[in-house]
Design a protein around this ligand. Sequence first.
Ligand SMILES: O=C(O)C1=C[C@@H](OP(=O)(O)O)[C@@H](O)[C@H](O)C1
Ligand SMILES: C=C(OP(=O)(O)O)C(=O)O
Length: 674
Amino acid sequence: MYSIPYLDLPPLGHAAGTVQLPGSKSISNRLLLLAGLSEGTTTLVDLLDSDDTRVMLAALRTLGCAIVQDGRLTRITGFAGRPQVASAELFLGNAGTAMRPLTAALAVLATQQGGAAYTLGGVKRMHERPIGDLVDALRGLGCTVDCLGTEGYPPLRVAGGTLDLAAPVKVRGDVSSQFLTALLLALPLAATDRAVTIEVVGELISKPYIEITLNLLARFGIAVERQGWERFVIPAGSRYVTPGEVHVEGDASSASYFIALGAIAGVDAPVRIEGVGAASIQGDIRFKEAAEAMGAVVHAEPNALEIRRGAWPLKAIDLDCNHIPDAAMTLAVMALYADGPSTLRNIASWRVKETDRIAAMACELRKLGATVEEGEDFLRVEPLARFQPASIHTYDDHRMAMCLSLAAFNRLNPAGDGEHAVPVRILDPKCVAKTFPDYFEALFSVVEARAADIPVITIDGPTASGKGTLSASVAAQLGWHTLDSGSLYRVTALAARRAGVSADDEQGLAATARAMQLRFEGVRVLLAGEDVSDELRDEAVGMMASRISAWPAVRAALYDLQCGFRQLPGLVADGRDMGTVIFPDAGLKIFLTATAAARAERRLNQLIAKGISASLDDLRADLEARDERDRTRATAPLRPAEDALRLDNSQLGIEASVQQVVAWWNARQPFDAR
Ligand SMILES: O=C(O)C1=C[C@@H](OP(=O)(O)O)[C@@H](O)[C@H](O)C1
Ligand SMILES: C=C(OP(=O)(O)O)C(=O)O
């Protein structure tokens, strides 16, 4: 996950490859609650691990469920209708699928256990998301529910009351289907002696989510009788019976981003999505039909989808999206690449989700340059000929971040010239943690960009100037990869020593460099599968590296290897010739220096920390001699690139150095401060 302030997406190109989807949020949280209410142990396979499921798991633990996680398996031993604690404060983040169903379940349980009282709250936005219709329904049933802040909104306290099931339970369904889902999941607790009837008042929205609820209830032994979308009867004698093991299919809403990706950029090969397909029980699988209407070519298997680009530009659509409220957001961004204006209708519920999604989507699409019309319950988006670079606010809404990432395909824009392409900055990318923590990693694994579009910052400088530390910290802040080019010379030296190749044998060394089987895992270097990171720090390896790096053939052999590190979303490369030879087109080049005195002192401190004694004067003399050799050698002498910015960190701490480099980088980016 990218836990950084912003993630810049360079212009992206073709997409191809396979994505393994994380589990469905809607299924995961329903199954967790059902398992918690049941007797015995339920094993969930491939449960989603995200913010929304973590708050549900934490709540169930607090209430007394035993939960064991073991690789792909989560084992839950339910509290069987008898929470182990009579009072608890539950924090449910911004998870509607935790807040609404737990409110109903605990409100009912609190009527059955004298003295029980539970409070349920979440993040600030959760306290702005309506729950009044559910509260009214529960109060109508005889539950005691108090809104602790604003009436009709969390936080809530449920405590006591007396259930009266004689009349049907009435609930409004036109603000969120989750209120009905909550009652359906909770009321089997009360349907022991008599059937319980729920009546929906007003038009029910997001109907397919009710089908997920009914499907999963059936697996736990509760056969609800559905009469149209107005009446639901939970039979007398209902009892949750665990099915033992349940597999959680991939999230169909999360699939929408990759279906769109295939439709936009699956040009030569398809994008394959594994984990969800034609056999899905999630309504959002029907996003596939919307994508097909826009031109996507979709091959559906029971549990996988393959998507290619068909029509290009995409075909504009005018669609009632009430049945796919979450995935429909993806259509709003696809509409930028269409052949006319697209209208998404019947989406009023967008306004009360993670943010006001109609307003947020309109605002951010306009930042890209789009013409957007926003109505109380619709959005109309015109195709965009020329994208503007934009810094996208995500409103702590995972779907805003994931949808808007699709704007980075603007180089492919059918209305554009193929040349003009702009990056997209996604602010607060970690908001995807709600349902898809590794979304951006998954995206980068299936998309390509032109090498020249992938940003590079080079940091060159003399020995002991702190290049490695600075480069790792800058990369961490931007979410980029690093290349410690010095380590490539050291690993070549190590490989040569092991193979008995002499430091004077230029061609033998170059052949060794070309044949190395290297893998990088974070800061660890693996040579032929063996972790050699520590050995690379040996003095003898360093000396040999310094000698062999003077050979032109060795440098040439390592050239391609170094260029290969230029990968999405960006690279910070440190060494001696990163800005001059390897990445001459880097967007920012730093020449990092410090006085020999300052560097000698740092070295001394490093040695002292390792328990090695040394003399400051000797270290300084040694550094000055190396600087002189580096400056004057014939091959790849150390010199700043002409367009490099000098950073002298003799008096500067690491944090200040990082902020300086990042500030220089941002000054060159096209994003405005809006
Ligand atoms: O029941 C569910 O799992 C959900 C129902 C939908 O909400 P609404 O019924 O409020 O539209 C959907 O947007 C949400 O992400 C998940
Ligand atoms: C509306 C959403 O979430 P929630 O389950 O919190 O309602 C969503 O995931 O898009």
